[in-house]
Write a protein that binds this ligand. Structure first.
Ligand SMILES: NC(=O)c1ccc[n+]([C@@H]2O[C@H](COP(=O)([O-])OP(=O)(O)OC[C@H]3O[C@@H](n4cnc5c(N)ncnc54)[C@H](OP(=O)(O)O)[C@@H]3O)[C@@H](O)[C@H]2O)c1
Length: 247
């Protein structure tokens, strides 16, 4: 059976690495993100089948169009919710626009894709949803309360969906697997979304001062481990940190 995957935020960083690895094993991968040029650049480097599908996870129509495309190709088998932003700043510098954006992309964005993906997966009685969260969801760090809260929400909805799917499957329903992957610090351009100068400098220094930060491919390895298990195995959670990262 051909796998058909959607990876959100596939134009850069962790999403690009995941899309590359899924395509290399033979999946048809739909690359989703706002910047078409980034998606095109990744598609060119992919050894396999990659389809560029620009869109914004905050927009239900964009998400539905990508899922419809996957359904037309034979049916969505894998959804990787990776798109995320981290415009962090201390709460005393209240910026409700950044707070809203964080929750809209990191939480509602994932809900939009799940809403669009579930009917097809359920009708075919199988599917796998992978949510890229963060260790910040379990260990909120100072200056990142809202980002951490968004990832804690993603953890809860991911585990809640897994438990619901398991209960359905126990009663003879579809076998839908859900995996939450929580990385610590990874070398990407995520800090570009930080608009608070001091927080951005502090965060970049935190990454720079680590002996070895995780690479996007380290996270892709974790995704591949989860998706390559036999159908009886649902890898619920993977947490991975740089070896020297304390929390
Ligand atoms: N880097 C880390 O240390 C780290 C640690 C733990 C967890 N994570 C998580 O890993 C995920 C990937 O981040 P990354 O580190 O690879 O950073 P990144 O390179 O900045 O990737 C984020 C991706 O999300 C996409 N995106 C942002 N807003 C979007 C929207 N509204 N609609 C669709 N796509 C959107 C971006 O593309 P466009 O701007 O083109 O849309 C970009 O490709 C995020 O969920 C992040 O929270 C990262």
């Amino acid at each position: 059976m051909t796998h058909i995957a959607i990876v959100t935020g596939a134009g850069t960083g962790i999403g690009a690495a995941i899309a590359t690895r899924l395509a290399a094993r033979g999946d048809t991968v739909i690359l989703f993100g706002r910047r078409a040029d980034r998606l095109e650049a990744v598609a060119k480097t992919i050894n396999g089948t990659a389809i560029v599908n620009p869109g914004d996870v905050r927009n239900r129509e964009d998400v539905l169009a990508a899922v419809t495309r996957a359904e037309e190709l034979g049916g969505l088998t894998h959804l990787v919710n990776n798109a995320g932003i981290m415009p962090i700043a201390p709460m005393k510098h209240a910026n409700s626009d950044d707070w809203r954006d964080t929750l809209e992309v990191n939480v509602l964005g994932a809900l939009h894709t799940i809403e669009a993906a579930l009917p097809g997966m359920r009708s075919r009685a199988s599917g796998h949803i992978v949510n890229i969260s963060s260790v910040a969801g379990r260990n909120p760090f100072p200056g990142a309360a809202v980002y951490s809260a968004s990832k804690a929400a993603l953890d809860s909805l991911s585990e809640g969906l897994r438990a619901e799917a398991a209960a359905d499957h126990k009663r003879g329903g579809p076998a839908i697997r859900v995996t939450t992957i929580s990385p610590g610090a990874v070398t990407t351009n995520l800090t570009e979304s930080i608009r608070d100068e001091q927080t951005r400098a502090g965060t970049e220094a935190y990454y720079d001062n680590m002996r070895a930060v995780l690479s996007p491919d380290d996270i892709a390895n974790a995704v591949m481990y989860a998706v390559e298990q036999p159908p009886r195995v649902c890898v619920s959670e993977i947490v991975l940190r740089p070896t020297e990262m304390i929390r």
